[in-house]
Write a new protein. Structure first.
Length: 68
């Protein structure tokens, strides 16, 4: 599955129909998708800063889902 997604994305980028910095829609993402893929590098960094300030005990990390 991962190899197919990687290949299809590379072809779409090469054909100019998928921007390199395009973020993924979370509901269609597979489990190893990073916060950078979901929100972009700048936004992921900002979300991590907020998470450290607000959720010091990582309570929301217990709920599952994508890691920030």
């Amino acid at each position: 599955m991962k190899a197919s997604i990687t290949h299809l994305k590379a072809v779409a980028i090469e054909e100019g129909i998928y921007p390199k910095d395009y973020t993924m829609y979370p509901n269609y993402s597979i489990s190893n998708t990073t916060a950078e893929n979901l929100y972009g590098a700048k936004n992921a960094a900002r979300l991590r800063r907020i998470k450290r300030a607000v959720d010091k005990d990582n309570i929301m990390g217990l709920a599952g889902g994508f890691s920030i």
